[in-house]
Design a protein around this ligand. Structure first.
Ligand code: SAH
Ligand code: F3S
Length: 488
């Protein structure tokens, strides 16, 4: 994969190795925690919940493992490489523990859930293993490890949504924030480990979602991303597993809130906040959602719509519940209702039995849609998944990589095609931070989620600015700020 491609920086699944710094005054010097997060946006959002739980126990977060007496690593299992990276980090933490044996190490998140007590056996350095639904038990688990015993809680929950915990915004730009609305996934794509590591799908009470956004609004935040593995299947009917909706009392069914209802409520309640959501699954995305997006100017015109493969044969084996034509129909409808909608993808190359014809269908689907950007991976067999149990990982590694490179090259062309179209146009940009390349430039994003950089002048972080686009790369628009925008 071409790591220098800036579009990869937007990859929610590649935000690797970022650490979490808490600024809280009430702490004690025995309670210094270092948290490192890997994987998807949900993990980063979870780390903010973990930080909140630890803060209530008097912990202060430090920005280096060398200064901590508790090291927590929030892990990802999505591909084998993600797990290998984390094992290497554990080796590094081991060298720190050799210098100070009092340091405790906890593994949290998907790897904890997948490997359970095996992690305690395989990685001698690990003292504590905590799955994604057990973070509220961390204070008890800490008591155990401080007595010198290993501690583990990997029980998946039917109702835990952490809706009552106020996340501590960490590593924050003070402008954009993640707000989780569902946990878990019921889709069982045959390649995916998430349903095993994050459990069944549960939706969070809309009241607690609105409270969280209200707090963010009061604190000056300008954009939120509603987060879930599969946001379009959000369904609030009083709590519990989604599958129990069938047997829920009639009144609960009548008053149930689905994703398009939630989106509308948030859009109307917070007209000055920009709203994004991620991730959409093609099989669950409804026209209602697209119409709600079109109706409310503060809902961004941007949809992340993974399609994984352009071949019906492969989609079927992947247990994706949509065909190539259904996906393309959805794209046509999106473009009809929201002509300037940014659309992005996830693709997997080299799934079992994928041949050249299947691969060509993926390329031709890309040609049809010309996605704005995408996150592309070669297939990695995950233990316990249907694909691992029933299918042979039979596409040779070099072919997987070759196909992946072709897919990436095509995406770069299409991204450039999309960004070039903005030259000469004026777009509304929310300023998020200083540009990485130059401190004299701001960096922000359009409604379509394209990064824009422009000279700072007197503009300020958190403002919506009309920017005239003068140049571009495949991943970034370059322009000049004209004035504070009337739109959002
Ligand atoms: N819930 C989201 C994202 C799930 S994981 C969705 O509906 O798509 C993010 C992406 O990782 C997936 O879209 C898929 O493209 C990729 N992925 C998941 N499992 C994988 C595997 N075993 N090998 C390679 N890529 C994988
Ligand atoms: Fe994974 Fe498919 Fe759910 S990719 S997270 S099982 S929608």
């Amino acid at each position: 994969m071409n790591k220098s491609d800036e579009s990869l920086l937007k990859n929610p699944y590649l935000h690797n190795g970022s650490n979490t710094v808490l600024k809280k005054s009430h702490f004690n010097s025995n309670k210094l925690v270092y948290i490192e997060s890997y994987g998807c946006q949900m993990n980063f959002s979870d780390s903010e919940i973990i930080a909140s739980i630890l803060s209530s126990q008097g912990y202060k977060t430090v920005n280096s493992p060398d200064n901590a007496n508790l090291i927590l690593i929030n892990t990802c299992s999505i591909r084998d490489k993600a797990e290998q990276t984390i094992r290497k980090r554990l080796e590094k933490f081991n060298s720190i523990k050799k210098i100070n044996s009092k340091i405790k190490v906890g593994v949290l998140g998907c790897m904890a859930e997948r490997l359970k007590d095996k992690l305690l056996e395989e990685e001698k350095i690990v003292d504590m293993v905590v799955g994604p639904d057990s973070y509220k038990d961390i204070p008890n688990l800490l008591k155990e490890i401080n007595k010198g015993r290993d501690a583990i809680n990997v029980i998946l929950s039917k109702d835990e949504t952490y809706g009552d915990i106020s996340p501590i915004r960490i590593d924050s730009n003070g402008v954009t924030a993640l707000v989780s609305i569902t946990r878990g996934c019921d889709n069982m794509c045959s390649f995916c480990v998430v349903p095993f590591t994050r459990g069944r799908e549960r939706s969070r009470d809309p009241k607690s979602i609105l409270n969280e956004i209200q707090k963010l609004y009061k604190n000056g935040y300008k954009e939120i991303t509603l987060l879930g593995q599969n946001v379009d299947s959000y369904l609030w009917f009083g709590g519990g597993l989604k599958k129990d909706f069938k047997t829920a009392p009639p009144l609960n069914k009548k008053t149930a809130i689905n994703f398009s209802n939630l989106l509308e409520i948030v859009a109307i309640s917070f007209p000055k906040i920009r709203i994004r959501f991620s991730t959409s699954n093609p099989q669950d995305m409804t026209l209602d959602v697209i119409n709600t997006m079109a109706k409310h100017p503060n809902v961004c015109n941007s949809i992340h719509l993974p399609f994984q493969s352009g071949s019906d044969k492969i989609l079927k084996k992947m247990n994706r519940m949509h065909s190539r034509d259904e996906y393309l129909d959805l794209i046509d409808k999106i473009r009809e209702i929201i002509p300037d909608c940014g659309i992005s993808q996830d693709i997997i190359s080299g799934f079992p039995t994928e041949n050249q014809t299947d691969h060509n269908q993926t390329l031709s689907l890309m040609d049809y849609v010309k996605f704005d950007y995408g996150f592309m991976f070669s297939y990695s067999e995950r233990p316990g998944t249907l694909a691992e149990r029933k299918m042979k990982d039979d596409v040779p590694e070099n072919i997987k990589k070759e196909r992946l490179q072709e897919i990436i090259n095509k995406q770069l062309e299409h991204s450039f095609f999309r960004t070039k179209k903005y030259i000469g146009k004026t777009v509304c940009v929310l300023i998020e931070k200083s540009s990485k390349k130059s401190n004299n430039f701001w960096s922000g994003r359009t409604s379509q989620n394209t990064v824009v950089v422009f000279p700072k002048k007197n503009f300020k972080k958190g403002q919506f600015i009309d920017v005239e686009i003068t140049n571009c790369t495949s991943a970034t628009l370059i322009g000049n700020g004209i004035n504070i925008s009337n739109s959002i």
